[in-house]
Design a protein around this ligand. Structure first.
Ligand SMILES: Cc1cc2nc3c(=O)[nH]c(=O)nc-3n(C[C@H](O)[C@H](O)[C@H](O)COP(=O)(O)OP(=O)(O)OC[C@H]3O[C@@H](n4cnc5c(N)ncnc54)[C@H](O)[C@@H]3O)c2cc1C
Length: 344
């Protein structure tokens, strides 16, 4: 960091220290050799600004920690595969292979892998659970993170930006919008945060610690063993402004109804704790990774939806490559231009 008449100056300023911002900063540091042409320093100076008192208080701290290689979109599949393969090696955070039983698809007898199941399923043996807190910490180790620092807005200044925050002004060459559920508001993008509930039960008899992640994809129910009980979701998707929300009793009733109908052998569940997180989507549900066509001093890493744990390593690697080269690859399927037009 430098200082310019009371203002701090840096090369790259990242808004948000969740998985998107943290993984981008991680890869910029690793891949920055030979970038002096674009930034004043090689490697460029990077500062992450986080409005909360700790990183990972929002989507990155409220998810199911499941590493699911299969993506919703073909364009995202290479990032899903790269991200999952990295996490499976367990280099930054512990990975526990448990497998995925996708019920309703496939031709495997589901009870072979999940005794209480009926019918057929698709079995994916390599999927598993990652320690997300350790992963985020791994990306952030050695980074310059400023907590309780909220970005309020910015103006152009020469070939950079002047950025107003709750703790004074910064100047930078490039501003990275990795604000998760707030990324639409912060970056002027049509992104929608969707609420989703997770429920943790107390320890229950009969739960197998070796059960897989079980997903009734068509009916919208998933669960996996956790701490002697189950971690479950009714797979709700309710659009809402970015923020913190109390649990909606209707979502918990919906979960109870689905468990009773689809997995009656689990018995009646009680709730130890539950919480609401937000998954943030572009209208086409594709990721948003690239320069803002309205001002190429702004770069977006957003709209990671329900895949941000699995893909974080690959998303950060791709974002860092574009940032350090100063361009997007031809035909970038994640380009923000598809959402806001080609710019002037
Ligand atoms: C219930 C649930 C279950 C999920 N399960 C999985 C799963 O099993 N597997 C998987 O791969 N993915 C899963 N996901 C998705 C994954 O959690 C997200 O895609 C990922 O965490 C998004 O990371 P992010 O960094 O974009 O957002 P966030 O983690 O929300 O980080 C954004 C950060 O920006 C900060 N910020 C916002 N505005 C400002 C500002 N103006 N100034 C400074 N800081 C700001 C916020 O405080 C926040 O810390 C799940 C998500 C949810 C909600």
């Amino acid at each position: 960091m430098g200082s310019e008449s009371g203002r701090e100056s840096t090369d790259i300023l990242i808004i948000g220290a969740g998985l998107a911002g943290a993984a981008t900063a991680y890869h910029v540091r690793r891949e920055a050799a030979g970038t002096a042409a674009l930034f004043a320093h090689a490697p460029p100076r990077v500062v992450l600004l986080e409005k909360e008192h700790l990183p990972g208080m929002h989507s990155s701290g409220r998810n199911a920690a499941f590493v699911r290689e299969l993506m919703d979109h073909a364009s995202m599949q290479p990032l899903g595969t790269e991200g999952a393969k990295f996490l499976q090696r367990g280099e930054l955070a512990e990975f526990r292979r448990c497998g995925l039983m996708l019920l309703g698809d496939g031709d495997v007898e589901a009870r072979e892998h999940f005794p209480p199941a009926r019918g057929k399923g698709l079995w994916r043996p390599t999927e598993g659970i990652v320690d997300v807190a350790a992963l985020l910490q791994g990306y952030l180790t050695g980074q310059d993170v400023r907590v309780e620092t909220e970005v309020k807005g910015w103006v152009r200044r020469g070939d950079g930006l002047r950025v107003a925050t709750s703790r004074g002004e910064f100047t930078c060459r490039l501003l990275v919008n990795a604000a998760g559920p707030w990324a639409g508001q912060v970056g002027g993008l049509p992104l929608t945060p969707m609420k989703r509930h997770l429920v943790q039960t107390p320890p229950m008899p009969g739960i197998g610690a070796d059960w897989p992640f079980v997903w009734h994809a068509r009916d919208g129910l998933y669960f996996r063993p956790e701490s002697g009980g189950l971690l479950l979701s009714p797979c709700d998707e309710t659009p809402a402004a970015p923020g913190d929300y109390a649990e909606d009793p209707r979502a918990l009733e919906d979960l109870a109804e689905k468990v009773e109908r689809l997995q009656p052998d689990l018995g009646e569940l009680s709730v130890l704790t539950s919480w609401v997180g937000q998954r943030t989507f572009a209208p086409d549900r594709g990721f948003v990774i690239g320069f803002d066509p309205r001002d190429p001093r702004v770069f977006h890493v957003a709209g990671l939806g329900g895949h941000g744990v699995t893909t974080s390593y690959a998303v950060g690697r791709l974002a860092a490559e574009m940032i350090l080269r100063g361009t997007e690859p031809t035909g970038n399927p994640f380009s923000p231009a598809r959402l806001v037009g080609p710019g002037s």
